[in-house]
Ligand binder design. Structure first.
Ligand SMILES: [Zn+2]
Length: 269
């Protein structure tokens, strides 16, 4: 586990996220007062499930020591009125996934996913250490994607559009404002989606997720809107049309404003 040091550095990134969207001087979004009043003093708690395999034990140690996920949820706990206590569970699942379970009011992050991501990046030609760091970055993106699902359901937020796209947008919005580490997490996710082409099948087109290729390009689109200078070389290499990049900027502003309007009534004051 070469990435322990890297995980510690990511803590700073997470701490920066708090100032990214929440309390960013959002103008006067009109409070949807009932909902805000109904909200209580809930907290998101991070829980470590019992693990058996040596690999899972290694991951457990890394996350417990670095407190990466505790730091990731801290800005949410500090800034948002949550209607109840919620849980982020880390552990061994027996399968590769990360998911939000509405009935249990929990997000589950499976160590198998992070192991899988490491293999994905290894396959793309990265060395072990770089692949581990990149896997951690992609896992951070995934975590905020799942957090979006959680907030949407627990806070009964009005979503217009495919929820899976909205979750990607939320994660990209937060992380694009969280310094180089946050931007790295978005790029890692884009690389992951870009390297796992969706099979051309009817089932895939019917899926609740957009195609992996679309998710990859969309993340680049949103990140470019926030950091055009840093991404200029990449979007050029990828062949993004200039008209699309302009639309990306408009969409980014629209998404940011919409989230601000939704979240503002729930901000702790
Ligand atoms: Zn999702």
């Amino acid at each position: 586990m070469a990435w322990y040091g890297e995980a510690r550095r990511s803590l700073l990134v997470m701490a920066a996220i708090g100032t990214a969207m929440l309390g960013s001087g959002v103008a006067e979004a009109k409070p949807t007062a009932q909902k805000a009043r109904a909200a209580t003093q809930g907290q998101i708690n991070v829980v470590y499930n019992r693990v058996r395999s040596p690999l899972a034990k290694d991951f457990q140690t890394v996350f417990q020591k670095s407190r990466l996920f505790e730091t990731a949820v801290a800005p949410i706990n500090q800034n948002i009125l949550l209607p109840r206590d919620l849980t982020v569970e880390l552990g061994e699942c027996g399968f590769v996934n990360a998911f939000y379970e509405p009935g249990a009011h929990r997000i589950v992050m499976c160590y198998e996913l992070i192991d899988h991501l490491t293999k994905v990046f290894r396959k793309s030609g990265m060395g072990q250490r770089d692949a581990e760091v990149q896997a951690l970055n992609a896992a951070v993106f995934t975590f905020y994607h799942e957090l979006a699902h959680m907030l949407i359901h627990e806070m009964d937020l009005p979503i217009v559009g495919k929820e899976e796209d909205v979750a990607d947008q939320f994660s990209a919005l937060l992380l694009s404002n969280a310094g180089d580490g946050g931007k790295g997490a978005i790029l890692a996710a884009a690389q992951w989606f870009g390297s796992s082409q969706s099979p051309e099948s009817r089932e895939k087109y019917m899926d609740e997720h957009s195609l992996n290729e679309q998710r990859a390009y969309y993340l680049i689109c949103l990140l470019h809107a926030q950091s055009p200078g840093e991404l200029s070389g990449l979007v050029k290499r990828l062949g993004f049309p200039p008209e699309r990049l302009q639309k990306c900027k408009d969409e980014y502003r629209q998404i940011a404003r919409s989230w601000e309007m939704m979240i503002t009534p729930f901000l702790r004051r």
